[in-house]
Design a protein around this ligand. Sequence first.
Ligand code: PFF
Length: 486
Amino acid sequence: MEERKGFGSNFGFLMASVGSAVGLGNIWGFPNKMGASGGFTFLVVYLVLAVLCGFIVMVGELALGRKTGKGVVSAYHVLSKRFKWLGWLGILSPFFILFFYCALGGYCIKYVVVNVGDLFGASFGSAAFAEVAAANGTSLGAEVFNAFMGNPTEAIIYGLIFVALTMLIVMGGVSGGIEKVCSVGMPALFVMLLICIIRACTLPGAVNGLKYMFVPGWAVANGIIEEAPNFLTVLSTAGGQMFFSLSLGMGAMITYGSYLGKKENIQKNGLLIVIMDSIVAFMAALCVLPGRFALDPNGDLGGPGLLFVTMQNVFSRMGGMGPLFGILFYLLVVFAAISSSISLLEVIVAHFVDKARDAGKGDKRKVYTLIAAAAVSLGCILVCADALGNSSFSPADLLGIAEPKAWAADWLDFWDAVSEGVMMPLGALLMTFMVAYEIGTDVVKDEIEQCGNKFTAFKFYNVCVRYVAPLGLLLVLYGQIKQFFF
Ligand code: PFF
């Protein structure tokens, strides 16, 4: 039978896992939610939840993946009687996330191209919109984005380019594709982010971005947000953000864990992933928010508007070096998005590749990657064609809902609501139940402690996985449902 090939080194595994965790969630989700939810308070709550819930679920997923040495569907099948079916949730969530993730990844590629255009004074740069913006009394960034949204064919092409890039890397295999790309891409992303932070924080007026993040009450006192959210809202927003950001509850870490060598230290790796992801989220906020407050003080503070309108305005107004920083910034977002999308696609591909190999059909990675990418392309085309609800076929249009809640406003939010809103927190919640009350925490301990590694945090793990994490996850589920459906 064909051998199941895993990561070539622990560094490669770590970069791939951090790559999965660091993504669009860090770059636009974190700064926005941190700002809207009380800045520093949000940061503290986020970090506490990351240790009490994130680390706990992370270690569990990595251990269960490595123990079974299988993709997410087979892993749950082998481990549990009651939660056998949970693996399918773990495959469907990444599938749905890929629909909008690839669309947004494609948008980021478009913005690299726009800034290349600006660097060389080409007609496809943002400068071409200067007259329209002046005539309409809008901003350059707003006009670039409007024009792009008004041209779904272009958005679809960019979305499909992103799917193709994801597919090619996953086709290369775990060590030959994913590990290689992330081992170079992640350190490069870190350096690029650092350069962007230095530029953003030294702009005149950047200090307001730092106040927005760090001074409690500043955002309300200065009319940036109407009122401070209550503690429960902060808790559930931070929890939802943290789970998405750490790629938990979706089979990604189970799948990557299944490729990890038996002698590697899961406890240490799990902690490092949580720490590095949190650092990059924090760094992204240090880049995006000071930039916004310095050069586009009335710009959007969240969602696509922040990334594709506000940030483009920041680069357009930066002067001569603006396009260069624009290229650097959007390129780093593309890197972040691709290192996440490959982990999402790998969850799906690994399942089918494993099944084929177990049935003695040989290595079918390329075929299954192609099929999965083709299926993802259909969802990506739908999201791109919908152009954030500007089409006539958003879920609200189709269902005749006059005042839609977030889930029905557009296809991007629809798939986000289904996956991030419901399936992901539910998957993680049931996983903690399975570990705590069905298979037992010793399964995780024994897996971590083989080959001489010590699970020094076992007592802490035991308490958290039984009580703290399920409670936290219930809260996240509540918060997500409230945000998307009410
Ligand atoms: N963690 C990624 C982000 O922050 O953008 C998104 C993600 C990737 C979620 C992989 C889930 C996953 F399995």
